[in-house]
Design a binder for this molecule. Structure first.
Ligand SMILES: Cc1cc2nc3c(=O)[nH]c(=O)nc-3n(C[C@H](O)[C@H](O)[C@H](O)COP(=O)(O)OP(=O)(O)OC[C@H]3O[C@@H](n4cnc5c(N)ncnc54)[C@H](O)[C@@H]3O)c2cc1C
Length: 399
């Protein structure tokens, strides 16, 4: 009983956070006949409208389909078979299927993935509590870890066999792993992304990654009528300091080509700045507490890997727990951290490479500028280099 005489809730897997990691994990466990409870500190509308990722790797698409969450994605998502690299006013298309044996990616916004998974969970799955804030994970190294949380004005306890911290970079789970057992690897970048959503059809049918002496720019999209565009800006930039006119003018400069390509303008409906960070917390497991997604690692968004890494982690956990249920062996659970970290570090490397390939550091020298262009020319001219990019972009295999 807790201090108010209430019996604690009990479940097999306590999941903290209803972002893509927590929601997909709840779905995978439900499909495997394992019960869970999801605690989410924000309300449903907030979770469903938080603008973030938009590129799903082939493996993520496959997992969502098998999980029964791919129906709307297949109807409304946009399959992309390549990206364009733009530098020195030139354009080079990277053809994913031709370079990877048929792999591609899907443009389908994180907001939509979350909406689909929330709808499924509320209809078919276990409890998903919004505005339920986890305060602490206790007893991670015992057989019965607990999550203390605040819900509807009072404190409660969720007793679990396992806790999975899917609570993002700012969550509480990571803090439950003792500092002396932890190693953190981190890099921050002296620039960020100013991102806009605009009500205008994308000016190109695939993503365009532009390297320019004034900085990086990315043309992306959310749907056939909504564009998502980004500009590299100095670290600490205030989005409101950029007028819509200034943003469009700068985008036009950075995307300019020698063949007269045009960027279509439209009403800007949202504007924000995202800082850039690489971060890995090792290990990703302590006793019966497992970290998944942004709770354990962050990549700069250039490689479009964050959401896809989160998916890889929870697939690995769900498989490991199912294996333990079916065979009695905890070998896959014991290997969870090492299995996930192999893929995480490949994604860290890829995201770092893409970031340093395309962004201009404030202190970049002419020598480094030339090297960047040489790296881009190499990708455009050598199949081995281009294949490496295509394989990384379409995704590393789940562990
Ligand atoms: C601008 C931008 C663009 C991006 N583009 C891409 C892209 O193209 N492709 C890609 O793969 N990735 C991209 N990412 C990264 C991607 O959005 C994240 O990696 C992804 O959201 C990680 O999912 P998650 O479930 O681990 O964490 P989150 O989505 O952060 O979810 C964590 C959840 O936990 C909740 N929470 C936090 N603390 C508590 C608590 N104490 N109690 C209960 N709940 C809590 C939060 O409210 C949140 O709902 C982008 C990110 C940004 C910011």
């Amino acid at each position: 009983m807790n201090s108010e005489g209430k019996r604690p809730m009990r479940t097999t897997v306590g999941i903290i956070g209803a972002g893509p990691a927590g929601l997909l994990l709840a779905r995978l466990l439900h499909n495997a006949g394992i019960d869970s409870v999801v605690l989410e500190s924000r309300d449903r509308a907030y979770v469903e409208h938080r603008q973030r990722a938009g590129i799903l790797e082939q493996g993520t698409v496959d997992v969502l389909r098998v999980a029964g969450a791919g129906e709307r994605m297949d109807r409304e998502g946009l399959r992309h078979d390549g990206i364009e690299l733009r530098f020195d006013k030139k354009r080079h298309r990277v053809d994913f299927p031709a370079l990877t044996g048929g792999r591609s990616v899907m443009v389908y916004a994180q907001t939509e993935v979350c909406k689909d998974l929330i709808a499924l969970q509320l209809k078919e799955g276990g409890p998903l509590l919004f505005e339920a804030e986890a305060l602490a994970v206790e007893g991670a190294d015992t057989d019965s870890p607990r999550v203390r949380f605040r819900y509807e004005g009072s404190e409660d306890v969720l007793e679990c066999d396992y806790v999975v911290g899917c609570d993002g970079f700012w969550g509480v789970s990571r803090g439950a792993i003792p500092a002396e057992l932890t190693r953190v690897f981190e890099r921050t970048y002296p620039f960020g992304w100013l991102g806009i959503l605009a009500d205008v059809a994308p000016s190109h049918d695939e993503l365009v990654y532009a390297r320019h002496d004034r900085g990086f720019a990315l043309l992306s999209m959310r749907s056939p009528s909504v564009s998502r565009l980004y500009l590299q800006v100095p670290e600490g930039t205030d989005a409101e300091a950029w007028s819509d006119e200034a943003i469009w003018a700068e985008l036009e400069r950075r995307f300019e080509t020698a063949d007269g390509w045009r960027l279509e303008r439209g009403p800007v409906t949202q504007k924000s700045v995202t800082p850039m960070r690489s971060y890995v917390h090792e290990p990703m497991r302590h006793g019966r507490l497992f970290l998944a997604g942004d709770a354990a690692h962050i990549v700069p968004p250039t490689g479009a890997k964050g959401l896809n890494l989160a998916v890889g982690d929870v697939v690995t956990f769900a498989r490991a727990l199912t294996h333990e249920r079916e065979t009695g062996s905890a070998e896959l659970l014991d290997a969870y951290s090492a299995t996930c970290l192999r893929r995480v570090w490949q994604a860290e490397r890829f995201s770092y490479d893409m970031t340093t390939l395309l962004h201009r550091a404030p202190d970049a020298t002419p020598f480094e500028d030339r090297l960047q262009l040489a790296r881009l020319e190499r990708i455009a001219g050598a199949r081995a280099a281009e294949t490496d990019l295509a394989e990384g972009y379409t995704g590393f295999p789940f562990g």
